[in-house]
Design a protein around this ligand. Structure first.
Ligand code: HEC
Length: 107
């Protein structure tokens, strides 16, 4: 009986940890979406259905489905006519917008 109780406690603990992890991931996603639509101005140039943007200046992100590293490179350093955002966005904002874009582009 005691053993069963301990097991239940472990299951509960795992559930709690998992929901905290989930909440953090959602928070990063939401923050990234804010940057995409706001400070990063990504929506002005890129199509991404989750963000409701239809701009065609840069590539359609739903089509190229960039991974996190590719997004971070483009956002930090700029590419072609896309301006570098290092110094304009904080590291946290760049991380958030890269997380958001890679997840949203997969959908
Ligand atoms: C002024 C318009 C503009 C803005 C603002 C802009 N982009 Fe871009 N982006 C472009 C263009 C144009 C390209 C294609 C550049 C090329 O390949 O020559 C591009 C390319 C990319 C690529 C592909 C990079 C690669 O390796 O091919 C990604 C990912 C990307 N942008 C993400 C973003 C994100 C995220 C933001 C917001 C933080 C953003 N862009 C803001 C115009 C823009």
């Amino acid at each position: 009986m005691k053993k069963l109780f301990l097991n239940l406690k472990n299951v509960l603990l795992i559930l709690v940890c998992f929901s905290i992890f989930q909440a953090n991931a959602d928070e990063l996603f939401n923050k990234g979406k804010e940057v995409f639509l706001g400070a990063g101005n990504c929506a002005a140039c890129h199509m991404l259905s989750d963000a409701g943007s239809n701009a065609m200046v840069g590539p359609n992100l739903n089509e190229i489905r960039p991974d996190i590293q590719r997004i971070i490179m483009a956002v930090r350093n700029g590419i072609g006519v896309m301006p570098a955002m290092e110094g304009i966005l904080t590291d946290d904002e760049i991380e958030a917008v890269a997380h958001y874009t890679s997840v949203a582009a997969e959908q």
